[in-house]
Design a protein around this ligand. Structure first.
Ligand code: ADP
Length: 192
């Protein structure tokens, strides 16, 4: 089983690379952003709670996203593995993920971080906003705020995985295929 955390700031290319990874390795993609947007669209109670925070670029409470991930992992116990995208975003989420993994007798194989600087991130997200229709992609102040939230609340999660020797950093600027090849080299080093 390969279970990877795809780590990096908003706009780093996690979604793009996730698609390629799940196709090649037959894994299940768990993006908390996608799951939350589906809840918002369906106007569920959870979606109503998340909507305002998301539109401000703030994080949704840990217990909400942890609960969503728990449900998905439990309902896919026969999976070959998971790609966690946009999760964990706080230390509490990282700890909850470790607990969930050990309860199910599985573990995180490693974390792959896509490194992209702030100027490039802002440019990419605003460009994506023209097509994605995501409100949080369309306003420069909001985009900068998301990047700020990332560096303050999410970047410390890197240390959590470095301490466990489960952290590989990859340059996220360049050709999509070249970046993917580097990710594959890392995943192949995990064995199965
Ligand atoms: P991006 O990586 O481009 O910021 P996402 O789709 O991952 O986009 O996330 C969009 C929004 O959803 C975030 O700004 C945040 O409000 C919320 N969100 C997603 N994942 C999490 C999480 N793990 N914890 C808290 N909030 C989250």
């Amino acid at each position: 089983m390969i279970n990877i955390v795809l780590f990096g700031p908003p706009g780093a290319g996690k979604g793009t690379q996730s698609k390629k990874i799940i196709e090649k390795y037959q894994l299940i993609h768990l993006s908390t952003g996608d799951l939350l947007r589906a809840e918002v669209m369906a106007e569920t109670e959870l979606g109503k709670k998340a909507k305002d925070l998301m539109s401000k670029g703030l994080l949704v409470p840990d217990e909400i996203v942890i609960g969503m991930i728990e449900n998905k992992v439990k309902s896919n116990t026969n999976a070959k593995g998971f790609v966690f995208d946009g999760f964990p975003r706080t230390i509490a989420q990282a700890e909850a993920l470790d607990n969930l993994m050990s309860k199910n007798n599985i573990k995180i194989s490693g974390t792959v971080a896509l490194e992209v600087d702030e100027v490039e991130l802002t440019k990419r997200i605003l460009e994506r906003g023209k097509l994605s229709g995501r409100i949080d992609d369309q306003n420069e102040t909001l985009v900068k705020n998301r990047v700020k939230v990332y560096f303050k609340e999410t970047a410390p999660v890197a240390d959590y995985y470095k301490k466990q020797n489960k952290f590989t950093s990859i340059q996220g600027i360049g050709e999509v295929e070249d970046i993917f090849k580097q990710i594959c080299t890392t995943l192949d080093s995990y064995g199965s």
